[in-house]
Design a protein around this ligand. Sequence first.
Ligand code: A2P
Length: 357
Amino acid sequence: MLMRNYHIAVVGATGAAGTELLRVLERRNFPVASLRAIASGRSAGKAVPFRSESVPVEKLDDRCFDKIDIAFFSAGGDVSRNYVPIACQSDAIAIDKSSAFRMEPHVPLVIPEINADDVRRHRGIIANPNCTTTVMLMALYPLHRIFHVRRVFAASYQAVSGSGTRGVEELTRQTRDAVCGSKSRGKPGSSTSPEAKPDKTIPASVSAQANVYPHPIAFNVLPHIDSFLDSGYTKEEVKMQDEARKIMHSQSLRVSATCVRVPIYRAHSVAVSAEFQRPLSVEEAREILSKAPGLELVDEPHSNRYPMPLTVAGKDNCQVGRVRLDCAFENGLSFWVSGDQLLKGAALNAVQIAELL
Ligand code: A2P
């Protein structure tokens, strides 16, 4: 097949996922003829590194997509809703990381290891799935292919970089203030009455400033990602079911998830308990998981070896471990899967989609 070079635009090039996307394009030698790095007016005058060059950042506007072949979007839902159609009008193919178009029937939602063929029916937009859903499905799908998953209970442990650069900065600031002290010290949380002696197990200044999240994220966990729905689930939790159904072509699948933000920088983990139609053994599951593309089996609990955010961060592959028969489900398996949500959950998956094209 004749390989040509492509004119590429990256919208959100200064953000957490956009920065990673530039690195992945470079690392995987994607055939880039030209690159436009696009962000908001706030980034005017900045430049981003690509290969050995420094690429000036352009402010997003309607003309950014002239002569562009592939436009990667990672600047949030509002930007995607407004500018993905404009990119398509300019004959670019949009690979969109936001949730804006994911559930549109004509928009393929693709994890290349799972449903690469869906890319063929795109009409200009291909959606990159939710990062937590992707990490879960990298381990669930290989099992589903053989044993057919029916129901899933999942709890996620999601890193602050999933909220972009601002999430990372907020965790850093709150941690530093709590450990080193800050001007805000002396304004302890509401749980401390004036008479009470300070409790050394509660860092005093963590309660001070929370901008990105509704509560401090340092030294805390928040069972709250995205907004709450009438059902009591959050939008993030509903995505875990809706997107899993679409990607795995399994409309009857039921997923009950609790999504939790934890004070780590990078890589999401998901504790999964899944019920299958067919009986399965741990040995069979381990065999399948060890051969699944994009996945590594790290499952030697007696040697303290299991997937962790610190060991999976920066890696392309997700890791699965703690594989065991589930004691509450009939044909059930429980496992723990971790993955770098900026790579497999965003940039790497997007570039893999472009490679399919
Ligand atoms: P900027 O750096 O100029 O604000 P993150 O996910 O790390 O928060 O990054 C979000 C990315 O999306 C950044 O590159 C940011 O650019 C970009 N972005 C946010 N809002 C807009 C907008 N209205 N127009 C263009 N780019 C935007």
